[in-house]
Design a protein around this ligand. Structure first.
Ligand SMILES: [Zn+2]
Length: 197
């Protein structure tokens, strides 16, 4: 049965054969191998089978095969790690968005966020309900750090208040400086209510 030699590459232009592993190992500077299988190519076909066998059994070829295998395995692990990190980040964004929107909804409705214990509060209750429809949030809530502590709640509410205050102030200024000024300034101020004031 004929052996399949994946390392053997044939260049039709030069009509010569090259060793894939030895060429790659030299290109990556893992070896200084400079045999005819790397430089110029092998083309003495009258002793082809013998030369192929000898190269395959050589220490330099063996080392090149091992170096390429290690590198390709490493590349696969790096790729898998990278994909996992990207997914983790996407899931974290989904979970954090659900936490922030739940917290802001409770604040807008004037509902208590915390209960006598963290687990009895509205925030925890609503998040666990929403987690039934949001798998990323469900996983997130099993973490040791869920970003739902009192400090984080306060920080989110302060950021939202700052954002809404700035928006409210900007809108008020725009309306006050519009054509309606000075006809209805008091009405504008009275109806432009800051939701977190
Ligand atoms: Zn080789």
């Amino acid at each position: 049965m004929m052996a399949v030699r994946k390392w053997l590459h044939y260049d039709t232009e030069t009509q010569s054969a090259f060793c894939y592993h030895c060429c790659k190992a030299r290109h990556m500077a893992w070896t200084k191998e400079a045999s005819t299988w790397v430089i110029g190519g092998f083309n003495q076909w009258n002793r082809g089978l013998e030369a192929i066998g000898n190269h395959e059994k050589s220490a330099s070829h063996y080392n090149a095969v091992a170096a390429v295998a290690v590198h390709e395995n490493q590349s696969t692990s790096d790729q898998q790690l990278c994909q996992r990190l990207v997914k983790d980040q996407a899931d974290a964004r989904i979970a954090m968005r659900a936490i922030v929107t739940t917290l802001l909804s409770l604040a807008r409705q004037g509902l208590a966020i915390r209960g006598s214990t963290d687990e009895e509060g509205n925030l925890a209750e609503f998040l666990h309900r929403r987690a039934e429809d949001i798998p990323a949030l469900k996983v997130w809530l099993t973490r040791e750090t869920t970003r739902t502590s009192h400090d984080v709640q306060n920080e989110i509410l302060e950021l939202a208040a700052t954002k809404h205050s700035a928006l409210w102030l900007r809108r008020s200024r725009q309306e006050v400086s519009s054509d309606s000024w000075p006809m209805r300034p008091l009405t504008l101020v009275a109806t432009s209510k800051c939701p977190f004031a």
